[in-house]
Design a protein. Structure first.
Ligand code: EPZ
Length: 416
């Protein structure tokens, strides 16, 4: 079993380049099924989630060439419309195949994505959108089947600005008959990136990045060459690592505007931040102080940065309150942080965090971002920390220990 061995580290310093965004690459891979042509995707991060997604596409019949680091050429050649249970069970984002298969091949059969540690993760909003566009939907034996001879454009209001539902409905609508309007749509940068790729393929989409997206259906889509946006959550995770060690780092290859929700919070805590066109520098040398956070859909503070900030607030003077409004069970890292000496009291969806000193301990990654948070905590804690179940972390962070070591962190990956 692999684990990270982490020791208290000096202030992080130096510069690293951020990888492509996992949460933009996954829908982009699904979107390639909307055409018969070959699509080239670049800046695809080398992650286990990406491998599972490309394995599913291969299973469905596609030809995939990983021509060089981070570059994939995908030619659909779809022969099946049923995605494999064993692969889909490992990746919730497999639900994103429904929209493209339904639109291009008139049907799809996908295993119902199970819940995960952070919540039940339903797909009712995805299905509500497909039904509004005329699809027949049946759920049986753990699979959801969707079918429609031809989708029709529809006006769809999302009860919650779901990222996945917005992506799935937007992809399906590109080949529907007529106009689709998605209201209360998610506005995350990953939505805008998917829309940019779809427009390169010939889709007619406007409003992506706002809460109202308009899609004018077209008859077919063609090939494209698309470079994935940088990973804002990876960038935020390293910014948080700098803050936890009073370091000063520069992140290259980022989109600073995507980082604003947590850049602003770090400035509020005492960090000095300077933005370039594609880079951001974070100086946390001065004494940091606590703050309070409420996670919200973009452009609010991202839920995917909540665990990392829990760890940060555990180490800075003062008391802060973190409220998680997006997922119902996203505090699993707190028990593990408390084993490191953190003073955190939870009450429902809120956590009161009193900053203090952490001590190293053996802790367990319960999910992707919790694992990252515990690794950062180990950089600030006195003594040694072992983070186990790091396969969760390696789903979403490319070369995580290597990048941290490049900034001066005391971390290595060991096997038992
Ligand atoms: C995406 O998940 C991301 N994953 C998540 O990142 C991220 O935390 C989340 O968006 C929110 O930003 C990918 O993009 C692959 P949602 P998604 O649909 O699309 C409820 C990470 O760490 N909901 O916006 O599944 C749902 O239960 C991962 O990289 C419904 O009720 O998130 C949740 O409470 C974790 N019905 C809320 O909406 C639905 O049909 C947000 O879910 C869909 C969602």
């Amino acid at each position: 079993m692999s684990f990270y061995y982490v020791k208290k580290s000096d202030p992080l310093c130096g510069r690293i380049t951020v990888s492509g965004a996992k949460n933009a690459a996954l829908p982009a891979i699904a979107a390639t099924l909307l055409t018969d042509d070959t699509c080239t995707l670049s800046r695809i991060p080398n992650l286990s989630d990406i491998s599972v997604m490309t394995d599913i596409v291969s299973f469905l019949g596609a030809d995939i060439q990983n021509t060089k680091k981070g570059v994939f050429e995908i030619t659909p050649n779809i022969k099946r419309i049923t995605a494999p249970q064993e692969l889909c069970g490992r990746l919730r984002a497999s639900s994103l195949f429904m929209g493209p298969l339904l639109a291009k091949y008139k049907r799809a059969k996908i295993p119902l994505p199970g819940g995960c540690s952070i919540g039940s993760r339903p797909i009712d909003l995805h299905l509500k959108g497909f039904a509004a566009m005329g699809a027949d939907i049946t759920v049986s034996h753990g699979f959801v089947s969707v079918s429609a001879p031809r989708l029709s454009g529809a006006d769809i209001y999302l009860d919650f600005p779901s990222v996945g539902a917005t992506e799935n409905i937007m992809m399906a609508a590109t080949l529907a008959d007529g106009k689709t309007v998605i209201e209360n749509a998610a506005a995350e940068p990953e939505i805008s990136d998917l829309a940019a790729m779809l427009r390169k393929m010939g889709a007619k989409i406007s409003g992506a990045g706002s809460d109202k997206i308009l899609i004018e259906g077209t008859y077919s889509l063609h090939s494209c060459n698309h470079k994935i946006i940088p990973d804002r959550i990876e960038a935020g995770t390293f910014m948080t690592a700098a803050a936890m060690t009073n370091g000063k780092i520069t992140l290259c290859g980022v989109s600073p505007s995507h980082l604003r929700p947590f850049s602003a919070k770090l400035c509020e805590m005492g960090a000095e931040i300077s933005e370039g066109t594609n880079e951001i520098s974070v100086d946390c040398g001065r004494r940091m102080s606590s703050c309070s956070i409420k996670t919200l859909p973009y452009p609010g503070f991202p839920t995917d940065m909540q665990a990392q900030f829990c760890a940060l607030l555990s180490t800075v003077p003062g008391t802060g309150i973190i409220t998680e409004t997006v997922f119902e069970n996203r505090f699993l890292h707190i028990d593990e942080l408390c084993r490191m000496g953190a003073d955190i009291k939870t009450d429902g969806r809120s956590a009161v965090i009193r900053g203090g000193r952490l001590t190293g301990a053996n802790v367990k990654a319960t999910d992707l971002r919790a694992g990252a948070a515990l690794t950062l905590a180990g950089l600030a804690a006195s003594g040694e920390t072992e983070v186990s179940e790091i396969e969760h972390i390696e789903r979403g962070y490319e070369d995580f220990p290597e990048k941290l070591r490049a900034l001066g962190a005391n971390i290595e990956k060991n096997e038992t």
